[in-house]
Design a protein around this ligand. Sequence first.
Ligand code: GDP
Length: 208
Amino acid sequence: MTTLRNIEFVTTVADTRALPPARGAEVAFVGRSNAGKSSAINALAQRKRMAFVSKTPGRTQHINFFRVGENRYLVDLPGYGYAAVPAAARAHWNVLIGGYVQTRTCLRGVVLIMDARRPLTELDRQLFKWLEPTGTPVHVLLSKSDKLSHSQAGATLRNVSAVLQSVYANSSVQLFSSTRKIGLVEAAAKVQHWLADGRNKKPPVKGE
Ligand code: GDP
C-alpha cells in the first residue's frame, strides 16, 4: 500500500501544457480557497507544513505535484477564490483546472474539499460538470466539521449525500476535520485505494 507519509514536493506548473508526463496514478485535491485543502493534505500525509508550499508567492495559482510513491502523486489544484476574484484569475482557473481534470489520463480520483458550513458552492457544481464526461470518482470531505454540533454535522452529511446522488453518481462523502483528526482514516483509505487501483489497472508499459 502506498503510504502517504513519504511525501515530497516535486514540481509546480502554471499551464496544462507544462504538466509532467501522465504516468502511474494521481489523486487531485480541489476546493474553494480557505476550505481547508492544504490542512487536509498535511493531515493525510501526517506532515505539518508540506502542502503550504502551494501557498508560497507565485504558486497559489499553480498546480503543485507531490510524490507519495513510485509514479504515485497527490496533486494540489489551485483554490478557487472568493466572489471578488478578478475575471482574469477566474479565467486562468477555468482553463487550468478544467483542462487538467478533463484530460489527465492518470487521474484516478478527485478529493473535493468543502467547508461543512458552506457545502456545494457554484465551484463545486462546475467541477462535477467538467468531470461528468470522464466519470472520474469524486470523494467529498466536509471539512472543519469540528465547527458543527453533532446533530448539525449529521444533517449536513445526509443533505450533501442526497444532493450528490442526484448531481454526480460516482461520488462519496464524509465528515472531516484536520484539527480534530475526524475522518482521517476513512479519507486516507480512499486516496490509497485510488492510488493502488491505478497500479492494478495500468501495468507498467514494457521497457518503461
Ligand atoms: P485552503 O486555502 O483550502 O488550503 O485552507 P487551509 O488549509 O489553509 O485552511 C484555511 C483556514 O481554516 C486555516 O486558518 C486553517 O487553520 C483552518 N482550518 C483548516 N482545517 C480546519 C479544520 O479541520 N478545523 C478548523 N476548525 N479549522 C480548520
